[in-house]
Design a protein around this ligand. Sequence first.
Ligand SMILES: [Mg+2]
Length: 233
Amino acid sequence: MAAKYKHILFDLDNTLWDFETNSEKTLREMFVKYELDKAFDSFVHFHNLYVFRNTQLWYSYHNKQINKKFLNFERFNYPLQQVGIDNPELVKTLSFDYLQVCAMQKALMPHANEILEYLKENRYHMHILSNGFEEVQYLKLKNSGLDKYFEHIILSEKVGALKPDRRIFDYAITSLNARKKEVIMIGDNFEADIEGAKNAGIDQLYYNPKEQPAISFNPTHMVSSLSEIKSIL
Ligand SMILES: [Mg+2]
């Protein structure tokens, strides 16, 4: 296949690094370590409350209504308050420990290593474009062994704009010294990764492993498994 693209921008969480699995594993460890079974009916009870609030908080963070510190605090404060615990010190401990322990986890999305090896052999320049927190994204990349594939790590916190904000895509293009038509964005979040890239004039490959139907336009490419990328790139 003709090499149309030179650069690939990859999202990290839930595109390459299995955030859902790694986060749940971390929360399970913390549930045991901090004896949260004394307060909650079950791990699922705690986890459902955490995920419910965390999803809302990330939405607000993306819309710049709250800052990172509040997000980190409130996602643990909320489940504890639901079971009648008002303990800011415990909340701070949990939120600090969560970030440290989660960054040590190594689960990747299916075929992540295989496709990165394939793309490397085919001489693509690969980079990370992520909205995740600066202090944990580098650790995740290193601990999971993904770091060796990437030339530029572009994080929203450093740029001062979150995907889908066009500025982070423009920043990436400038940093890579690339032309837009040489670049493709691969990500699992339709709004942040795919709409963001389209609005910035970059081709998009939507990784949609859960085959979610709700999309507002047809991306350049769509796959439900990373292994399908071999027939595209
Ligand atoms: Mg993602």
